[in-house]
Design a protein around this ligand. Structure first.
Ligand code: FE
Length: 189
């Protein structure tokens, strides 16, 4: 096919614009999701299969792997007990901005307040501090050739995610969590 100079220039401009649009969408990282759905709220009463779940009892839980496998959903069990990580930008809370409290999905322990949540481009829900200092525990994680700090639930020791030192003030911490291990309860107002 033969193009005239003006057609050639037009074609070149169109192709360059398309290339620019594609590269911008790739660099941006986050999918183009403009509307944030309101996550389905799980109440304490909906955890009938898990007798250890409580949003008020703070006693430490020491249960066998077999018991956890029985009382948790397969998806929650996989992350909580095997340390799996959900895919970035897929969890229900990574860009959620509701006002309320986040609890551990495995045991009901209170973990984070929405006031401590910040907009992070990493694709996982991120917080700069926990509700209480003993809400979580920390473990050194040397997997995948990296040195990271794993964050586990302070009550049931479920794997929640990792904490990094590149968060915003006032703490400078970034608690990078798996949405599937979090349950949100909106503030009553
Ligand atoms: Fe827990």
């Amino acid at each position: 096919m033969i193009f005239s100079t003006s057609q050639d220039n037009l074609l070149r401009t169109v192709l360059l614009s398309l290339l620019l649009m594609v590269s911008l969408s790739v660099c941006n990282g986050a999918p183009n999701r403009k509307v944030t759905e309101k996550p389905k709220v799980m109440t304490e009463q909906q955890h009938k299969a898990n007798p250890y779940y409580s949003r008020t009892v703070t006693t430490t839980l020491t249960l066998s792997d077999a018991v956890w496998k029985k009382v948790l959903s397969p998806a929650v069990y996989e992350v909580a007990r095997h340390g799996s990580t959900e895919q970035a930008f897929t969890g229900k809370y990574w860009d959620y901005e509701g006002k309320g409290t986040y609890f551990c999905a495995a045991c009901g322990n209170m973990l984070f307040r929405s006031d401590a949540k910040f907009s992070s481009t990493c694709g996982w829900p991120s917080f700069f501090e926990t509700v209480r200092s003993n809400s979580v525990l920390y473990r050194k994680d040397l997997s995948f050739g990296m040195e990271r700090t794993e964050v586990v639930c302070g009550r049931c020791k479920a794997h929640l995610g990792h904490v990094f030192d590149d968060g915003p003030p006032p703490t400078g911490k970034r608690f990078c969590m798996n949405s599937i291990l979090l349950e949100f309860e909106p503030d009553k107002s």
